[in-house]
Write a protein that binds this ligand. Structure first.
Ligand code: AMP
Length: 173
């Protein structure tokens, strides 16, 4: 399947969640079995190339891809969640948003030493969410071998924040 076909299915929703934001809605991909499978194929190929043995997925849309990738590869899945959601001992990382801050958390025992981790989310904007997530993976003992997104908003230059890492994002706006 052509990446252009996947790109065309992403729906623009203006002024969500607030005025001035053009939200890239991936739900039409989830709802189309061929598109969803083709999307998961892209990430599983990357994961195989890197010999990844764990997927880490970012709350909440990263979970939609992460679960399918981990199942396809037959490897474990680690959720990175918003503060206060994980039940066991956590590490936390706070990062800046446009207004205010946000905190993400990971279970302290999520990884074995030297686990090779692919981090997944739906979209790269400024990169703050993914950077905080990568730091959490490292705190918990994992090695971030790649950060994958379906969509990259190139004009926001999120790759700069992630310049320590290999980044893959097949759909660019
Ligand atoms: P950032 O930390 O700025 O890279 O923001 C990335 C996170 O916010 C991801 O989890 C995205 O799902 C979400 N996000 C940011 N901007 C958008 C957008 N324009 N459309 C859809 N999701 C977005």
């Amino acid at each position: 399947m052509n990446i252009k076909t996947i790109k065309k299915a992403i729906r623009d929703v203006p002024d969500f969640p607030k005025p001035g934001i053009l939200f890239k809605d991936i739900t039409p991909i989830l709802d189309n079995p061929e598109l969803f499978r083709a999307t998961i194929d892209l990430f599983t190929e990357r994961a195989k190339q890197h010999g990844v043995n764990k997927i880490a997925a970012i709350d909440a849309r990263g979970f939609l891809f992460g679960g399918a990738i981990a199942d396809r590869l037959g490897i474990g899945l680690v959720p990175i969640r918003k503060q206060g959601k994980l039940p066991y001992k956590t590490y936390e990382e706070t990062y800046n948003l446009e207004y205010g801050t946000a905190t993400l958390a990971i279970h302290q025992d999520a990884f074995n030493q030297d686990d090779k981790v692919l981090l997944i989310d739906d979209l790269l904007a400024t990169g703050g969410t993914a950077l905080a997530s990568a730091i959490l993976i490292e705190k918990a003992g994992g090695q971030v071998v790649e950060i994958d997104f379906l969509v990259e908003l190139s004009f926001l230059d999120g790759r700069k924040a992630l310049d320590k890492y290999e980044v893959y994002a097949p759909v660019k706006f």
